[in-house]
Write a protein that binds this ligand. Sequence first.
Ligand code: AMP
Length: 293
Amino acid sequence: MSDPSLDTVASLPVARSVAALRRQVAAWRRAGKSVALVPTMGALHRGHLALVDRGRQLCTRTVASIFVNPTQFGPNEDFARYPRDEAGDAAMLVGAGCDLLYAPAVAEMYSADAAATIDPGPIAAGLCGRFRPGHFRGVATVVAKLLLQSGADVACFGEKDYQQLQVIRRVVRDLDIPARIEGVPTVREADGLALSSRNAFLAPEQRVAAPALHRTLREAARRLMAGEATAAQAVATAHLALAAAGFAPIDYVEVCDAETLVPVQGLDRPARILAAAWLGSTRLIDNVEARSP
Ligand code: AMP
């Protein structure tokens, strides 16, 4: 029997309160089910659905959350214009076999006097953290809340947001939150552009230029792995290629340790090449693996 406190959108059960979420999860627990959580901000695409797929492989019940988290947006960022389409999202989640949507209002997530936050430490300081002060504090805090609210066994996150994935792994490990964090490879368009809810903001000519981000990172990884370039040289060439493709400004291109995200010069340990750059008013991020052959 479904819980009468659950709403329904596009025939998908929806919990709008922590209490309703916990009741549903408790009922599943009594029936011996395991629970995967897929946190999202909505405006779903195939990338998000890959996370739902992975959740369904690992657990017998999958919950997707949709919450556009105000605390991870800076004052001049795109919180107000972030795309929202709950009915469309619910239909996609039903098609993907998701069991429950958790869609709390901001007031349900944060009481007016909520003050405690989670500081992820140095892993959040570089890369996007340098350009988006407080962003990963907001992410870490909301993800910790979602994990505590749901009691999920597994939570799935995309490698597309690679620093976010490593920040969350770190927070979960350091705070002994009993959830397995599962990273899922980036889902891309045929031309290599990573799927993102923000791609909808790209004007047609920007959409044409956008795949250069992934192409440039792949070329940097190739040169580094072939020994044709040092990390510094690969980064310098990538900057030029991105600028030539029309990206401005280029927030960063960096070669970092794949786990700690500390900048590295070589490939003694698995590395990741990460970049963030703007096309007009849209900021795109991407990353690729680089390891010694
Ligand atoms: P968002 O709704 O953009 O906050 O993303 C929610 C989750 O989906 C995060 O774990 C993202 O890393 C993941 N995600 C977003 N885009 C992709 C993609 N193209 N491939 C795989 N995962 C993605």
